[in-house]
Design a protein around this ligand. Sequence first.
Ligand code: IPM
Ligand code: MG
Length: 367
Amino acid sequence: MAMKLLVLPGDGVGPEVTAQAVRVLEWFAAHRGIPMDITERGFGLVNWQRHGTMMPDETWARITAADAILFGATGSLDQQGVVPPEERRKGSLLRMRKALDLYANLRPVRVPDALLDASPLKPRVVRGTDYVILRELTAGTYFGEPRGVSVLEDGTRRGVNTHRYDEGEIIRAVRFACRLAMGRRRHVTSVDKANVMEAGALWREVAARVARDEFPEVTLEPMLADNCALQLTRAPTRFDVIVTDNLFGDLLSDAGGAALGSLGMLPSASLNDRGQALYEPVHGSAPDIAGKGIANPLGAILSAALLLRWSAKRPEEAALLERAVDAALAAGARTADIAAPGEAALSTAGIGDAVLDALQREVQLPA
Ligand code: IPM
Ligand code: MG
């Protein structure tokens, strides 16, 4: 049966980068026997402008019924003030993550040799960097109650958010991370602030128990979140799989992106246990460069590779796409964010062309 793929380009640079990822997926549908039934819908401010709601019912029905969602970006600043808060929540990325229970957010960070010069880190530090952050995506500070801003008796305001984790939420995230590590180098770094936060101490205890009882072949190393932030730039090659909560995962995946010199390269997959998934580049809407055709589509294209691996269940095709991206980079294809000073930069669509050319070359190579 054809995979039901819903494309939500979203705000800012989302439409530009998503268009390149869709071109690549169409190539796989046409040439590699991966049947896809692709539908596109607006997401974000376009919905407000066209339909007077951030989330038309028909779009929401497609979101909940999709096998896979390819998402561009959200977070245009124009939404602040224009759109009432309850409408913003209806059309938010966080609502999708929560409603679909997409708790396992994979954010791989891999530095291809071709990009060693683009990295702000020294080649001897960054060469060979290849790890995956598993960010828990449906709990913690992002969703904990109580939350909100209240007015105190003296008239001043108090902002409250709650960092909360139930044991089951920790268990399933850590299990996912350990299963992932079993197919890799069998090392999991579990990141928390057990020295300060009770919920962090619980995270640490539960993570250790899951690894010990269910994954004896996996080495689980606990690490404090502040130290992890340091190690990601000091010694990124020491990591294999990192499992952490929603907020630390948000911060540490941006910190990890520094190794590549640009967030534009980083893909992500958010998975639930029912076989549904959402794929999105980590970079966000980048309103300052939106519409200029210069955004880096490789985060979106590499997210399409994750889609081939996790939703289409065709790991060899995912690897083919990742090789093609490496080959395009090795041949000098660069957007401005990863070009060395003085190096020529391609447009967003130019990178799409370079990846499609590289795919053609890869499949013509003698076996
Ligand atoms: C991310 C983003 C989102 C987050 C924003 C856009 C809500 O920063 O996916 O990392 O904070 O989760
Ligand atoms: Mg983020």
